[in-house]
Design a binder for this molecule. Sequence first.
Ligand SMILES: C[S@@+](CC[C@H](N)C(=O)[O-])C[C@H]1O[C@@H](n2cnc3c(N)ncnc32)[C@H](O)[C@@H]1O
Length: 249
Amino acid sequence: MRFDVISLFPEMFKAAEHGVTGKALQGKQASLHLWNPRDYTKDNHRTVDDRPYGGGPGMVMKVDPLKAVLQQARQAAPDSRVIYLTPQGQRFDQKAAREMAKRSGIMLLAGRYEGIDERLIDCCVDEEWSIGDYVLSGGELAAMVIMDAVTRLLPGVLGHAESAEQDSYMNGLLDFPQYTRPDDLDGRSVPEVLLSGDHAAIERWRLQQALGRTWLRRPDLLEQRELSAEEQRLLEEFIRTHQGASASS
Ligand SMILES: C[S@@+](CC[C@H](N)C(=O)[O-])C[C@H]1O[C@@H](n2cnc3c(N)ncnc32)[C@H](O)[C@@H]1O
């Protein structure tokens, strides 16, 4: 996967050199190409912002350097769609991450100030994505969120032990709860089934916990997912136990 990032703060992407993304960048699974519009300015001050037509507070990213950097980057990565990070874009989620992970590359354009000229969006941006309903001061963190979520889905990036398949949202459910040693933590014990060695029972318990957590925390996800007869039975059992426990407390 080839990532091209257009940003006024390329040094922020040093953060991607750590952990899973770092491993993928060192290996063959991902590459990162940084493009700074400031390198495409022609004036002594290397100006990258400009006043908005119509007045008002705030600046807009200067058109000429952005247009020039986009042109160069697109020549270098002609197969990558250009993604503008914006709070006005489509909401990024795990489904989008899975779809993007199938591509050969993506080009992420991080805005600053009040954003970029609308005509640049019209001519040169293929997709607009948001990472949530809040406003960041720049698109860099949003670009890194997308890079991270996509990279961990690339084949060979996560080892078997850290497989993404059981993660929240991968099968329309939240993940089941995790436990590690010690088996007694200040009087709180690990659910017995996890110590039983009975793999089928453990699988069933985990599925039931995933269903139950999703029912408790994100019922909207369950509405979008068809349950098998076994899943339905496990969920009903979870609900009965949960309601029994709440009634007696
Ligand atoms: C201060 S914001 C501009 C917000 C813009 N005036 C608006 O209200 O739509 C500066 C840049 O941060 C990035 N950004 C801010 N919030 C974002 C979000 N939720 N998702 C993705 N990018 C975001 C965009 O690249 C944007 O151009």
